[in-house]
Design a protein around this ligand. Structure first.
Ligand code: FAD
Ligand code: SIN
Length: 532
């Protein structure tokens, strides 16, 4: 297949970019691919909302910039922070024009929520299902565009570069170029190639690398692993954000239900086993300190008290207000017998967001030619060592837009390279034991959760490294002789992502933001990104 713009991913980043290029270039073909159903994305699960300066006077761009820089703990790129905050408001207005509805009060003013690390109320939201509303609006707009083709259940295996055309490609090869992708079409189980002029990588997050995560099962870091295999630049992978308050359920199977930080924004308080509010011991912003601090505080309280969770006390939020703002959370809690207006909600931290990813510049360009990246798989420089709550959806909109602006400038100068070879599946046979993949995946999650979680040290990282080596060796050997399947490819991608997290964590000889290494309680004086 041939297409002008190939978009891998149907979350906020991919859909926003696709809509923009399709509208600006009506004669060009835009193809969006997703590996499962069209809306199964991290985007769909976003709860709290989108941060944006909507009420000048009380709030200002400089306050949002300061909050983002403070959360990022010295590693944000200030120029990028400025771009995102300043341009974000226009992008939010576009989202509204495409039909996304954000809650308003009786006077028609936006109801603006507050989350950790924000000095002002600036979070636009649609009850507690902001992401679902954005995904709905974007998909409806995309379906109106006759030059966009949506392909679901199509698993992208690898980026096609000079490497597949018989050239040796290393990290120092100049002008590594993306010609398209190889995909496993899950409707007919065939491996096909899609060649493209420009490819946008919008493959989302990596939460599934950990045992407990707020991310759905699609979040396996495929895009990051593909770029690493293609010898592109990846950075800051040590900064994995753990959300402080995922609902603690004994039966949760890998995907934990989130209790949005906006609930603390409305006044909910974290309490330990004895019912004591503990956040003031850790930070003077208490329950609304940035996420890295709150997650570490909860982890410490759980260790001190020997518990698997702490409590979120929402009893000071009126039942009417709770139902109005958080109907989905209310329904979930009630389904397991918890009534937030009188019961405390058991919560514990869960892997939530990757601050690092594919390194991009201010126009969303990666180190590979004709390949852009946007959304959670990209590392733009906005988040530094810790993302400020609700800045992710904003970042995705801003960089989808910037990538679109740059792409339309480039599109007519790029010729599609279509003489690339077919996928080589020689020597592979059907897998005889899928259970080996399941077991390796379980081990991987265990290693990452036990040794590369909220608190790290050099010894634990070393252990993780050794165990990952073995998993890598076994999985590569399986991959060499087995027909590809999404399960095998995701395992392989997650091992790569885990390796990148551990390597970056080993390089960072300090504690900073989300990377807390108990062997280095101090920050080093030289700030630098960990680029792999
Ligand atoms: P996604 O929305 O995750 O989309 C990824 C797409 O890539 C999917 O379509 C998937 O099928 C496709 N894909 C991946 N790999 C492949 C492959 N190999 N082949 C083909 N397709 C592939 N952020 C905020 O700013 N505010 C919030 O309130 C908020 N709440 C959140 C709550 C939860 C529970 C979670 C999990 C995250 C939340 N976040 C929030 C973070 C934010 O939702 C995500 O960072 C953002 O939605 C990511 O969007 P994306 O477009 O980059 O990727
Ligand atoms: C939340 O609603 O607490 C999540 C917000 C985010 O990840 O930015």
């Amino acid at each position: 297949m041939k297409t002008d713009f190939l978009v891998i991913g149907s979350g906020i980043a991919g859909l926003t970019y696709a809509l923009k290029v399709a509208n600006a270039c009506p004669k060009k073909k835009v193809t969006i691919i997703s590996k499962t159903s069209i809306d199964e994305t991290n985007t769909k699960y976003a709860q709290g909302g989108v941060a944006g300066v909507m009420r000048f006077g009380e709030d200002s761009f400089s306050k949002h910039i300061e909050d983002t820089l403070a959360a990022g703990d010295g590693l944000c790129n200030p120029a990028i922070v400025e771009i995102v905050v300043n341009e974000g408001v226009d992008r939010i207005q576009e989202m509204i024009a495409w039909g996304a509805r954000f809650d308003k009060d009786a006077f028609g003013e936006f109801k603006l929520g507050k989350e950790g690390g924000h000095s002002e109320n600036r979070i636009l939201h649609h009850k507690d299902i902001t992401g679902k509303e954005i995904e709905r609006a974007l998909l409806e707009a995309v379906k109106q565009c006759s030059n966009i083709e949506l392909i679901t259940h199509c698993f992208v295996l690898d980026l096609i570069t000079q490497h597949h055309c018989g050239y040796l490609v290393t990290k120092s090869t100049p002008d590594i170029t993306c010609y398209g992708v190889y995909v496993l079409n899950l409707t007919n189980n065939k491996i096909e190639k899609i060649v493209s002029a420009i490819t946008m990588l919008a493959t989302g997050g990596i939460g599934q690398v950990y045992r407990t995560t707020t991310n759905p099962s699609i979040a396996t870091g495929d895009g990051i692993a593909m770029v690493y295999r293609a010898k592109g630049r990846i950075e800051n992978m040590e900064f994995v954000q753990f959300h402080p308050t995922a609902l603690f359920e004994n039966s949760s199977k890998g995907h934990s239900f989130l209790i949005t930080e906006a609930v603390r924004g409305e006044g909910a308080v974290l309490r330990n086993k004895s019912g004591d509010a503990f956040m003031e011991k850790y930070d003077n912003r208490k329950d609304l300190a940035p996420r890295d601090i709150v997650a570490r505080a909860i982890d410490s309280e759980m260790k001190i008290n020997g518990t698997e969770f702490v409590y979120l006390d929402c009893t000071n939020i009126s039942a009417t207000d709770f139902k109005e703002h958080f109907p989905t959370i209310l329904a979930k809690c009630e389904s397991i017998g918890i009534h937030p207006s009188k019961d405390y909600i058991p919560v514990s931290p869960a892997a939530h967001y990757s601050c690092g990813g594919v390194k991009t510049d201010e126009w969303g360009r990666t180190s590979i030619r004709n390949l852009f990246a946007s959304g959670e798989c990209a590392s733009t420089g906005l988040h530094g060592a810790n993302r400020l709550a609700s800045n992710s959806l904003l970042e995705a909109m801003v960089f989808a837009h910037r990538s679109f602006e740059e792409s339309v400038k480039q599109i007519d100068t790029i010729s599609i390279v279509d003489n690339v070879p077919d996928w080589n599946a020689e020597g592979t046979t059907a897998p005889d034991e899928m259970i080996l993949i399941t077991q390796s995946l379980k081990e991987l999650k265990q290693v990452m959760s036990d040794y590369v979680g909220i608190f790290r040290n050099n010894h634990r990282l070393q252990r993780a490294n050794k165990r990952l080596d073995l998993l890598h060796e076994e999985t590569e050997s399986l991959y060499d002789k087995t027909e590809v399947s999404p399960q095998l490819c995701e395992l392989r991608n997650m091992i790569t992502v885990a390796y990148l997290i551990v390597k970056s964590a080993e390089f960072r000889k300090e504690s900073r933001g989300l990377h807390y290494n108990t062997d280095y309680n101090q920050q080093a004086s030289i700030l630098q990104n960990t680029i792999l």
